[in-house]
Design a binder for this molecule. Structure first.
Ligand code: TMP
Ligand code: ASP
Length: 238
């Protein structure tokens, strides 16, 4: 499958048309941003890790019963995916306090939750992706009740599956963000990516951060962390 015209360039990926109107090619970049693009940089090799990791995880999720946009890996940075209309929500699942949760509620990072939480942010750069309550999702017409039930069910299923998989790699899945899209017939499927850019992944024994927080917080060893987390996944999930 060949890349035709570029349709979109985001912060971490480019999207191209293909000869099949139902399929797109995504190309992963090494560009990294944080804080809604206010911090900019590059992480050498990140695009390769994110492409391979996301594809591997989505292939597993598909088998576990979560439909995804993943079709086929084309090269180390390029993947063929199903075209969707993105539901403009960031769906965040948390198992342990960290990041904006710890900040918002004034608690330390690393407090495990008795039950995972699911929250939504409205994808809108001009507004800085504000947290959004379910009634407001409906008021704005961003998704239907039925779609949100499906999204909530998939989000919990994804968390259950990924938590186990990462545990087998000696890694704690602290939290993650996923996005969903609609196929032409309205079917909701998992889209975007699941990678160290979109998850918090801590070494279970030492608590060492093996994700994009190393870039966000200038912790150093960013490239090494991306390489290490990918190697851990490949070793445990051969
Ligand atoms: P948060 O604690 O900053 O709200 O982030 C929760 C999770 O979502 C964390 O794993 C990082 C991920 N995330 C993204 O993938 N994209 C984003 O724009 C933000 C803010 C968070
Ligand atoms: N990718 C997001 C941005 O550039 C935020 C993040 O991952 O922290 O704003």
């Amino acid at each position: 499958m060949e890349k035709l015209e570029q349709l979109y360039e985001g912060k971490a990926k480019k999207v191209f048309a293909t000869e099949d109107p139902a399929l797109l090619i995504v190309q992963y970049k090494d560009d990294a941003t944080a804080f809604n693009g206010k911090k900019k940089g590059s992480i050498a090799g990140k695009g390769i890790v994110n492409n391979r990791m996301s594809n591997r995880l989505m292939a597993h999720l598909e088998k576990a019963g979560v439909p995804t946009h993943f079709v086929r890996e084309l090269s180390e940075r390029e993947t063929l995916v199903k075209k969707v209309r993105i539901v403009p929500l960031e769906v965040v699942v948390r198992n342990v306090s960290a990041g904006s949760f710890a900040r918002r509620y004034g608690v330390e990072e690393g407090l495990p939750f008795g039950e995972p939480t699911v929250e939504f942010s409205y994808k809108n750069d001009a507004l800085d992706d504000p947290l959004i309550a379910l009634p407001h999702v409906f008021a704005l017409g961003l998704a239907t009740r039925e779609e949100m039930e499906t999204i909530l069910r998939y989000a919990k299923q994804i968390n259950g599956f990924l938590r186990e998989l990462w545990a087998s790699c000696g890694v704690t899945l602290v939290d993650f963000k996923v996005e969903f899209g609609r196929l032409a017939d309205g079917t909701i499927i998992l889209a975007d990516e699941i990678s160290p850019d979109t998850c918090r992944l801590w070494d279970s024994a030492t608590g060492k951060k093996l994700d994009k927080d190393r870039f966000r917080r200038d912790l150093g060893g960013v490239e090494e962390a991306y390489a290490e987390i990918m190697a851990r996944l490949e070793a445990a999930d051969a």
